[in-house]
Ligand binder design. Structure first.
Ligand SMILES: NC(=O)c1ccc[n+]([C@@H]2O[C@H](COP(=O)([O-])OP(=O)(O)OC[C@H]3O[C@@H](n4cnc5c(N)ncnc54)[C@H](O)[C@@H]3O)[C@@H](O)[C@H]2O)c1
Length: 283
């Protein structure tokens, strides 16, 4: 089935990026939100993101206008009725995602591929509420979507070969490098990343190294763009805690036990950049 029209559920941080890169690649896009204010906010953010590319000379104004014209914003899920592939990027809540998948399954034709951008929930759990589990997979983009090159496609035990192949082609057409991850907690990237984060938190808490030396060591020694504590502040400590708790709940693997310090910082409201304080002070 040729992919021509993409649906994106949720126009938050991730959804707006997925809508932008899809329209940029030439697809017609329908992007939904729960109300008009949030939809306007999401669409305005797409406009700002594209304007920056125009200012830097990376995109012609006429191309920006054409990209925006390909994105239709909506607050009515029925507008997904002629989409070939839908990416759900609503908040990370399994009950909400299941409800969205039940609605999408009812609204979209049987050959439409349904996917979720979940960071840590089980893709099989949302596939199971539909009548088309072979057509469901995870499409895990990274933030910020227009800049990050990776797309982690998550194959469940019921995802068909054809669905996966179509999604791989779509991902490549967006300019992303595609990897195939199992539907296991953390997929590939977070499963590698979180134990490394835990180690950095523990080194910091036990006082064996300063936060600056931990960050500088990893940044320069491993050639990472930033150290783990700076990265934790950027991602948001509440998000990290949520992901770790979700992965631990499913695996009971001690590698994913959230450090006590992380939990205390979240309780204190020290969530990183977004609250002005995390491992570093941003005020
Ligand atoms: N933020 C990240 O770095 C990141 C990275 C990878 C994956 N994810 C995953 O992507 C998903 C979205 O994350 P985000 O950071 O964009 O969250 P966000 O809170 O910025 O955006 C979610 C949006 O979904 C909207 N929404 C909720 N219910 C909806 C519905 N029924 N219909 C339409 N819109 C609805 C909300 O109003 C909100 O604007 C989550 O599953 C998250 O785990 C996030």
């Amino acid at each position: 089935m040729p992919i021509k029209k993409i649906g994106v559920v949720g126009c938050g941080l991730m959804g707006r990026g997925i809508a932008e890169v899809s329209a940029k690649a030439g697809y017609d896009v329908v992007a939904s939100e729960i109300n008009k204010d949030l939809l306007d906010k999401g669409m305005a953010a797409v406009r700002v993101s594209l304007s920056k590319a125009v200012e830097k000379g990376k995109l012609a104004q006429s191309d920006m206008d054409a990209i925006l014209a390909r994105i239709k914003g909506t607050t009515d899920m029925k507008d997904f009725k002629d989409c070939n592939l839908v990416v759900e990027a609503a908040i990370e809540n399994l009950d909400l995602k299941k409800k969205i998948f039940i609605d999408l399954d009812r609204i979209c034709p049987p050959d439409t591929i349904l996917s979720t951008n979940t960071s840590c929930l089980s893709v099989m759990d949302v596939a199971a509420v539909t009548n088309r589990p072979a057509k469901v997979l995870g499409c895990h983009f990274f933030n910020p979507v227009p800049l990050m090159k990776l797309l982690e496609l998550v194959k469940t035990i019921t995802t068909s070969k054809e669905t996966l192949e179509t999604a791989v082609e779509w991902g490549k057409s967006l300019g992303k490098t595609v990897i195939i991850a199992p539907d296991r907690p953390g997929f590939i990237v977070n499963r590698s990343f979180l134990p490394y984060m835990v180690e950095a938190f523990e080194m910091y808490e036990s006082g064996v190294a300063t936060r600056e030396d931990i960050d500088t060591g990893v940044q320069l020694g491993l050639n990472h763009p930033m150290g783990p504590l700076t990265l934790a502040d950027m991602v948001g400590l509440d998000t990290l805690l949520f992901v770790m708790d979700a992965i631990y709940a499913e695996t009971k693997n001690p590698k994913f036990v959230a450090p006590v310090l992380l939990r205390k910082m979240v309780t204190a409201g020290h969530l990183g950049r977004k609250t002005g304080k995390g491992f570093y002070d941003y005020k």
